[in-house]
Design a protein around this ligand. Sequence first.
Ligand code: ARG
Length: 251
Amino acid sequence: MKKIVILCMLMLSIFGCSKGDDYLIMGTNATFPPFEYLGGRDGTSVVGFDVAIGEAIAKSLGKKLKIEDMDFDALVPALMSGKIDFAISGMTITDERKKNVDFSEAYYEAAQMVLIRKDDLSFLNITTKEDLGAQKKLGAQLGTTGSLVATDIAGDNPVTDLKSYELVVMELKNKKIDAIVIDREPAKAFMSKNDDIIELPMDFDAEYYGVAVKKGSTDLLNSINETIKNLVKTGEYQKYIEQHIQNYSAQ
Ligand code: ARG
């Protein structure tokens, strides 16, 4: 009995307590195809590339995966308070976020992209970020690196209080904003389902997605890094890319 109690305490100290020991909780914001979005047979399960990574992490630790779908800007606070064990949400590794959470090694290289309405001919005159910032209303999801880039380009002008990228795309289509700043793969995913939006070609720096954990969760972080390394080594990672990212537009 005593041994069991000690074992349990050990497990709790590694994986966080009070949440039950047979599952790990992944936080995400399922409005970001093809990384996380609502789909599956009934259209209400959270699916996508990040979910596949999360499943692999849980499996490697002998746990089931439980997903908490929440606002993107609630993920870091949820990690800090221990409400979730890790966040996988196309989250770019940034120095600002590193003050509050720890990140795994990068698992995906991304960059921002600008999308506009296909029939908006006024963009014919816009070739630089300066023009874009000075003349157009930009939008991005609340709490994202896209919103930082939009603010960089447009000063106080952009709309960055929208809770999901689906809403941001809707605002673009409804002409409430003129252009959106969004990560490249989700941009392509939205374009594949909306033939009235197109890319405005512009260069942006590379960003790297990481799995975020509560600060100091070293054991969990080590096994996450180990899992990511193994997924790449066994070719599973490439399979997820094909299945979830390359096949998304064909769905
Ligand atoms: N990569 C961007 C960031 O880290 C956007 C991520 C948005 N993710 C989401 N699931 N809505 O800020």
